[in-house]
Design a binder for this molecule. Structure first.
Ligand SMILES: Nc1ncnc2c1ncn2[C@@H]1O[C@H](COP(=O)(O)OP(=O)(O)OP(=O)(O)O)[C@@H](O)[C@H]1O
Length: 250
């Protein structure tokens, strides 16, 4: 089994002195190549901060972050990093430039990755995410939330990454389109052999999308388990059991 992502003893904090917030403390887990791994826990438990530390958006951290065997340092991420790792954010409204067409978004991303055949690739990316070419020259305000998230996913896939970090990718969307986007993400993982690290506060979403998951509470990982064990209600940790019971009861 090759390891796509390894985290060990990860601490992430914001601010200093009395203002310091220890958002993540001593987190560790491994994600195998091709695996889909979930981070679940209540709001403020530190899930997004782990993704942000990986991509360089949470600059004060210590511990080990290794991508495909290569150790990452500090807050700078080079081009090679973004060739391997991409992130999809929660809010597709905020993550797309309002005055750029879909074509501009995707073409610019493809050229940043140094790729040729831009025209063909834009068309293929739009097909991959189920939009098709008729959306190519639209602006974000001419798209629905689900369509915008499809564009954000196409942008993340433009450089053919191995690992995609998904930060609550459907929680800003209407319930009616959430399942469509989750199914799209599942299909894309299979088609492109992707590895996912996905954050959600929604246990059923993680159960549907992931092979294994880590449960977070107050900045710490309290349990790492397989989704099968989750389904069988076999959480060992009391907090994970409560979370599970709450989501079944919901
Ligand atoms: N830029 C920041 N500056 C200061 N504190 C921050 C910052 N970002 C996050 N935090 C704090 O770090 C802690 C973890 O936040 P984080 O967003 O990772 O939680 P989460 O589990 O992803 O929750 P949510 O689902 O609400 O995003 C919280 O206490 C949060 O207030």
């Amino acid at each position: 089994m090759s390891v796509a992502l390894r985290i060990e003893g990860l601490d992430v904090w914001f601010g200093d002195g009395r203002d310091r917030v220890d958002a993540v403390q001593g987190a560790g887990f491994e994600v195998a190549t091709g695996e889909s791994f979930g981070l679940v826990g209540e709001s403020g438990s530190g899930k997004s901060t782990i993704l942000r530390a990986i991509t360089g958006l949470a600059p004060t951290w210590s511990g080990l972050i290794e991508i495909e065997g290569k150790r990452i340092e500090g807050a700078q991420r080079d081009r090679g990093f973004f060739k391997t790792v991409q992130m999809v954010f929660q809010d597709p409204y905020a993550s797309l430039h309002p005055r750029h067409t879909v074509d501009q978004v995707l073409s610019e991303t493809l050229s940043l990755h140094g790729l040729g055949d831009i025209d063909k690739r834009v068309v293929r990316l739009l097909d991959d995410v189920g939009l098709g070419s008729r959306f190519r020259f639209r602006y974000p305000h001419q798209l629905s939330g689900g369509q915008r998230q499809r564009v954000a996913i196409a942008r993340a896939l433009a450089g053919e990454p191995d690992i995609v970090l998904l930060d609550e990718p459907t929680s800003a969307l209407d319930v009616s389109v959430q399942a469509e986007i989750l199914n799209l993400l599942t299909d894309l993982r299979a088609e492109h052999g992707l590895t996912y690290l996905m954050v959600s506060h929604d246990l059923p979403v993680i159960g549907h999308m992931c092979d294994r998951l880590a449960v977070m509470k107050d900045g710490r990982i309290v349990e790492v388990m397989g989704v099968e064990a989750l389904r069988r209600g076999e959480a060992r940790d009391a907090y994970s059991r409560d979370l599970l019971a709450a989501s079944v009861g919901a």
